[in-house]
Every structure is written in structure tokens, then in C-alpha cells.
Design a protein around this ligand. Structure first.
Ligand code: PLP
Length: 384
């Protein structure tokens, strides 16, 4: 069976050059970077080199980068610890955040902070004006994602951060689906804290980084051995950090070409499916969208049913919906976009990435439409 992986927003394969760069750190370069002897001294400079690559990727300074275990850790850290010195502060977030942000915000609310969840438009975009309107005198933090994991829709973060700055409010952005895929400059974005995760752009799992703008007071995530300028104690995940640094370097080098190649494959898939499957609909913004992501709904189809069929065909894709006690609930993100449930239940997310080929896309275009059409015909409502 041909195996086709179109779920790069879930995770990505490790780039061969990344694996190559990591290997010595799983062998002879085993030292603890904090050790003063030769074994530590052989390793420590490589950590700093990785930090430099991470900083370059987003236009930050190396001192503003702290290595973490990834997106969930970074999101939790930012939201919890930016407010740790406050009681009952007001937080603004959006209805389409990843659970790493959404659940943390709700926990903060349960612990005595106040929360406003702003809605999105039908493309899944947060309107800066709705954020402006939600601001109160006691608003302390705005946390809105840069690119959505389900739809790829990109939010106007620099506009939101500008509004926040004027009111002296901190801004955090979950940039997990954007970093390494699209050019970013944190200074232009104007955010105070940004979260990134390596496994979304061909680094190993369990390695990510946090950008903390110079001057922003974020309480350390963990205390102990003073690693990471005292911000995240604990012996470093050296192979992971080395791999992450290499992935950042590759991303910066290959980003332009990838955007072109992957973007045109995504567009080909989008057009091919929409032209052949009746009553299909794009979920997400037509243009303000990460170039690798395609979220399509096929009316009258249960996304989960089509997903299982594609699984048998060796095609790995995803739906954003959660299976709750046997029934499929449309995803919270699509619900927030106020979508007709007959569409939102039939949503499938295709996310392309490094390694996706034209052959694979053409294969999908041969295999998917007949299955989709067959499922549609089973519906008593379908008239096509
Ligand atoms: N934020 C977004 C937007 C994501 O897509 C993900 C992962 O799917 C995360 C956060 C969590 O990242 P990690 O898997 O590195 O914990």
C-alpha cells in the first residue's frame, strides 16, 4: 500500500540533515553543557549556536530565546507565569486557540482570573477591533495564536499587539504553526512572548523555544540548576536542541522555496478536490492562510468516515473534531466560525510539508473524490 502523509500540522518527519547534526550528540558528544571540564566544554558552544539559529529565524536576539520542550509547555508557561504576580487579572484569548492555550486560560479563570474569549469571523480570523472592545482597565494579557492549526488562518497579530502595547497590556502568541514555515520578525510583530515547537518544522519532538522580549518579566518555568539563564532549570535536552537549531537554520535557508513548492501542491489539491467533489467548501481564509494547510468540508459527509476510508488507502489526514462518547462533535474551531453543521461534520484537514510530492497529490486526487462522492450519495439529503 502506498503511504501518504498529509498531516504535517500534527507533526513532521525529522529532516535528514537534522538527524545527521544530532547523531554526534547521541554518541561522543555526551557531556553536560554545565560541566566545566572537557566533556561539557565540547557541548556548550553548540547549544549557543542552536540558540543563535533560533533567534535568527524570528528576528530575535539570542538572549531572548529559551529552549523548552515544545508548544504546550511554552503556552502554559507564558500564560501562567506572566500573571503569576497578579490576582484576578483579566485575560483575553480567542475561540479558536489550541487546547494548550484554551485550557490554560480556562484554568486561570477557575483559579480566580477573569477571561474574555473573543470570537472569529467566518474565515476563523480574529478582528483586532473585537480585541480592542474586549479590553478593560484590568486587562493584563492578550494571548492570540498566529496561525491556526486546523484551518491555517493567519491572525493580524501585529495589529493586535499594537493595540495592546498602547494600553500597556502584554501580548503572547502561540506561533507553533507559523514558526519555521513562514518568515517572521518578532520586532515587527510586536509581541512580548512567542511560543514555538520544533516538531512542526522537521526538528525532533520534545524541543521548542520561547521568545521572551528583552525587558519582559516572565517568572522562570522551573528553578534548580540555573540552566537557560535561570529561566528553565534542568539539564538540557542536548540532542533535541541541536536538532532544533539545525531545523531553524534549514527553515531559514529553504523557506522561500518551500513556500513556493508546497504552496503550489496545496493549491493543486485544493482546486482538484473542489472541482471534482460537489458541495465542497474551504474552511479558513482563502489568502491569509499558511501555505501548507487545506481544510475542506464535503457536505453530507462525516469527516471521520472519510478519514477511516482514507486510512485504508494509506492516506494520513485529520479532522479537527473530537469523538465524544461515540458521536462526532464538530470541532470547536469550525463551530466558532459559525459553520453549517452539515459542512463542519465533513471537515478534513490536509497539511503538506517537507517530503510531499506531486505524485502523492495526484494519487490523492484520483482516490479521494470517488470515496467522497460515494459517502455523499449515501446521505438521504444529497441530491447530486
Ligand atoms: N499550539 C498549536 C497551534 C499547535 O498546533 C500545537 C500542536 O499541535 C501545540 C500548540 C502544542 O505543541 P506541542 O505538540 O509541541 O506541545
Amino acid at each position: 500500500m502506498k503511504k501518504i502523509y498529509l498531516d504535517h500540522n500534527a507533526t513532521t518527519p525529522v529532516h535528514p540533515e537534522v538527524r545527521e547534526a544530532m547523531l554526534p550528540f547521541l554518541g561522543e558528544l555526551f557531556g553536560n553543557p554545565s560541566s566545566g571540564h572537557w566533556a561539557g566544554r565540547e557541548v556548550a558552544p553548540h547549544i549557543e549556536e542552536a540558540r543563535m539559529h533560533a533567534a535568527e529565524l524570528i528576528g530575535a536576539r539570542p538572549e531572548e530565546i529559551v529552549f523548552t520542550a515544545g508548544g504546550t509547555e511554552g503556552d502554559n508557561w507564558a500564560i501562567r507565569n506572566l500573571l503569576s504576580h497578579m490576582q484576578g487579572a483579566h485575560i483575553i484569548t480567542s475561540a479558536v486557540e489550541h487546547p494548550a492555550v484554551y485550557s490554560t486560560c480556562h484554568e486561570m479563570e477557575a483559579e480566580g482570573h477573569e477571561l474574555t474569549v473573543v470570537g472569529v469571523d467566518r474565515f476563523g480570523r480574529v478582528d483586532p477591533d473585537s480585541v480592542r472592545k474586549a479590553i478593560r482597565d484590568d486587562t493584563a494579557l492578550i494571548t492570540i495564536m498566529l496561525a491556526n492549526n486546523e484551518t491555517g488562518t493567519i491572525n493580524p497579530i501585529s495589529d493586535i499587539a499594537a493595540i495592546a502595547r498602547k494600553r500597556g497590556i502584554l501580548t503572547h502568541t502561540d506561533a507553533v504553526q507559523a514558526v519555521g514555515k513562514t518568515p517572521l520578525d518578532v520586532k515587527a510583530l510586536g509581541v512580548d512572548v512567542l511560543t514555538a515547537s520544533g516538531h512542526k518544522f522537521n526538528a525532533p519532538k520534545g524541543a521548542g523555544f520561547q521568545y521572551i522580549r528583552e525587558g519582559v518579566e516572565l517568572k522562570p518555568l522551573m528553578v534548580g540548576g540555573h540552566q537557560e539563564h535561570g529561566m528553565r532549570s534542568g539539564t538540557e535536552n542536548v540532542p533535541g536542541i541541536i536538532g532544533l537549531g539545525k531545523a531553524c537554520k534549514i527553515a531559514l535557508r529553504d523557506m522561500g522555496e518551500r513556500e513556493q513548492v508546497i504552496g503550489s501542491l496545496r493549491d493543486r489539491l485544493e482546486k482538484g478536490l473542489r472541482d471534482t467533489v460537489p458541495e465542497s467548501q474551504l474552511n479558513g481564509h482563502p489568502t491569509e492562510r499558511i501555505y501548507n494547510t487545506l481544510n475542506l468540508s464535503f457536505r453530507y459527509i462525516e469527516g471521520e468516515a472519510l478519514l477511516s476510508m482514507l486510512e485504508l488507502e494509506g492516506i494520513a489526514v485529520s479532522t479537527g473534531s473530537a469523538c465524544l462518547s461515540g458521536s462526532t462533535e464538530p470541532s470547536r474551531v469550525l463551530k466558532a466560525m459559525d459553520m453549517d453543521p452539515l459542512y463542519s461534520r465533513g471537515a478534513i484537514r490536509f497539511s503538506l510539508g517537507f517530503g510531499t510530492t506531486e505524485d502523492e497529490i495526484e494519487h490523492c486526487l484520483r482516490v479521494i473524490p470517488p470515496h467522497a462522492h460515494r459517502f455523499q450519495k449515501m446521505s438521504p439529503f444529497f441530491e447530486g
